[in-house]
Ligand binder design. Structure first.
Ligand code: DGT
Ligand code: CA
Ligand code: CA
Ligand code: ZN
Length: 586
């Protein structure tokens, strides 16, 4: 196990011990042990364990040495497994409700005998939580809302997680000897930020073995439908998946149909009809004449041949429309006029600007992050740790920030990595719109990301004014996560997005597309119009560890859905051009 995976286990042990009402000192030992581990380098940990020197590290006691060593060498920990087994799963599930930490769950359990979300719902309905010490009517209301949201949100899944679950299934399908072609379809293929269910489309010579293979996938809890040409399953994670199998000559039409969206399909069918054609999942055939669309499509002499979706679009007088644009938002008109954008691609990115390190709440060190960026082939990496007011995220004091700037300059000068590091900060926008550091310090940085992290319940006018004031600060380079939303978990703060976007354009401030799969903020629905008005984008992973840098791929999905070409995205520029761009702003 890597140091961060081990730290995850230690943190989880802390939570479980808290649920059990263990001694706070013991709990804190696990939490601080986790933090100490994160601040090490992976090979440093290897070495400390090999030389049996882990006990000498401040913050890691004897009990932790044994547990960390066990996890590091075997990838398992008996103590942890026993602890997990000793706790009611219903209590752990309650931690999912926003605002409920281990301490509160324990209190609800010991004072009201609540053991799961069902009994918690009942206790709230009986007004018992409102009357409880340390809770009250407001927190009861928040819990009730949290449970409701959880049900609504529970029906959808983040694209990143859905994609990770779907990838091996697609690979497996493609390996089956009966399978000629296999693709994702639906919202997964269109790169939506959240996914209702996974859709797989297969062209095969023989269907039954494909269905049989599909319903036996690891983690399936229930096969909800199984037929000759399709199957639907539900995984233990709650994710559902549909499989459809068609003969090879229907594949392109079925792929287009099941990729959707519904609005796009409706508009495409209308376009076909206006040309005397009928478009369906079975094929493109003359609208006139005897028989159903399906029957006509089975007749080779009637159907339009298509080997690829490009052929299908061409048959309707259209340029190829990438799946991300198929939302029924004018893509057909643009394809007809030859005005589709050349969409930005993952391989266009040369770096990214909003990333954290262990200096604040990140879990990888500066050199680990730089090395990971180098492995990705990035020319540059921007470090933007939290500012001092974000104390919960270990935000940097002036002294610590100055020291970090110096470390970065030294690292660049010594050319330890091929990747150049920009010294920045994610500076809190204070409640009145002022920034969290003095101008003199901000001027020492290569760039400044400004973000809202507190007082998120301000009314729309106050929040809008607050953010615009921050945008007008001459040191501000870009605005972080415009709305603060956490997908399927927390709504946006109230904000007049159009006013903020216009202020950003007027002040030549970039708005980031925060590519964290939990955020994807600013939302793709705003980008097309904003970029047309001159807004510049930067696709930022907001990485808190090396793996997080890869999240730019989720940001690329949203950028493409927002019709962005590479000219609108700062981090497609090479190092020299970025330096020029930043210099021109100053
Ligand atoms: P999701 O799963 O809610 O994230 O969204 P999708 O787009 O993946 O929707 P899904 O899985 O229900 O269906 C996949 C595609 O199949 C959908 O985007 C378009 C097509 N489709 C499904 N049902 C209908 C329908 O009733 N009418 C039309 N025009 N298309 C449909
Ligand atoms: Ca779907
Ligand atoms: Ca579906
Ligand atoms: Zn932030």
């Amino acid at each position: 196990m890597t140091k961060n995976e081990i730290a995850d286990v230690l943190n989880e042990i802390g939570v479980l011990l808290e649920l059990k009402g263990e001694n706070p000192f013991k709990i804190r030992a696990y939490q601080s042990g986790a933090r100490t581990l994160e601040s090490l380098e992976d090979d440093e940990l290897d070495q400390l364990i090999a030389e049996e020197k882990l006990g000498g590290v401040k913050g890691i006691g004897k009990a932790l040495v044994e547990k960390i060593t066990e996890l590091h060498t075997t990838g398992r920990l008996e103590f942890f497994e026993k602890l997990q087994a000793s706790i009611e799963p219903g209590l752990v599930e309650m931690l999912d409700i926003p605002g409920l930490g281990a301490k509160k769950v324990r209190a609800l359990n010991s004072m009201l005998g609540v053991t799961d979300i069902v009994s918690l719902t009942k206790a709230c309905a009986e007004n018992l939580v409102a009357e409880l010490d340390g809770f009250g009517p407001k927190s009861q209301e928040k819990i009730v809302m949290g449970i409701k949201n959880r049900e609504a949100y529970g029906k959808r899944h983040m694209w990143w997680k859905a994609h990770e679950a779907a990838k091996p299934i697609l690979q497996g399908l493609r390996k089956l000897s009966q399978v000629e072609r296999a693709e994702f379809a639906g919202s997964l293929r269109r790169g939506m930020e959240t996914i209702g269910d996974l859709d797989f489309l297969v062209a095969a010579e023989e269907f039954a073995p494909v269905v049989d293979w599909f319903v036996k996938q690891e983690g399936i809890k229930e096969v909800t439908a199984q037929g000759e040409t399709k199957a639907s399953v539900r995984f233990a994670s709650g994710l559902q998946a549909d499989l459809r199998i068609v003969p090879a000559d229907q594949f392109v039409f079925a792929l287009h149909h099941f990729t959707g969206s519904k609005d796009h399909n409706v508009a495409m069918r209308q376009r076909a009809l206006s040309r005397g054609l009928s478009l369906s999942e079975w094929g493109l055939v003359p609208a006139e004449g005897e028989g159903t669309a399906k029957e006509k499509a089975e007749d080779k002499s009637q159907r339009t041949p298509a080997d690829s979706e490009a052929d299908l679009f061409k048959a309707l007088g259209l340029n190829f429309i990438p799946p991300e644009l198929r939302e029924g938002l004018g893509e057909i008109e643009a394809a007809e006029a030859g005005k589709l954008p050349k969409l930005v691609e993952l391989s266009d990115l040369r770096g990214a600007f909003h990333n954290h390190t262990t200096a604040s709440d990140g879990r990888s060190t500066l050199s680990e992050m730089t090395q990971a960026a180098e492995v990705l082939g990035w020319d540059y990496l921007g470090i933007a740790d939290h500012s001092k007011s974000s104390f919960q995220a270990n935000g940097l004091s002036e002294e610590r920030l100055l020291k970090q700037i110096e470390t970065i300059h030294t690292q660049n000068k010594e050319k330890r990595f091929k990747t150049h590091v920009f010294a920045g900060v994610e500076c809190d926008i204070l409640t009145d719109g002022a920034l969290d550091y003095e101008d003199e310090l901000l001027a020492k940085l290569d760039y400044v990301v400004v973000s809202v992290h507190n007082a998120m319940t301000q009314d729309e006018a106050t929040m809008t004014k607050r953010i615009i004031r921050a945008i007008e600060n001459p040191h501000t380079t870009m605005l972080g996560h415009l709305t603060g939303r956490i997908l399927l978990r927390r709504e946006s703060y109230k904000i007049d997005a159009t006013k903020v976007i216009d202020a950003a354009i007027a002040n030549r401030v970039i708005i980031e597309l925060n590519a964290s799969p939990w955020r994807l903020d600013m939302d793709w629905r705003h980008w097309r119009k904003s970029a047309e008005k001159g807004l510049m984008c930067c696709i930022n992973p907001d990485a808190h560890e090396t793996e997080g840098l890869k999240h730019v791929a989720a940001g690329i999905n949203s950028a493409r859905k927002g019709w962005l070409n590479k000219e609108s995205v700062l981090n497609t520029l090479d190092l020299g051009s970025v330096l020029n761009w930043l210099a021109a702003r100053k």
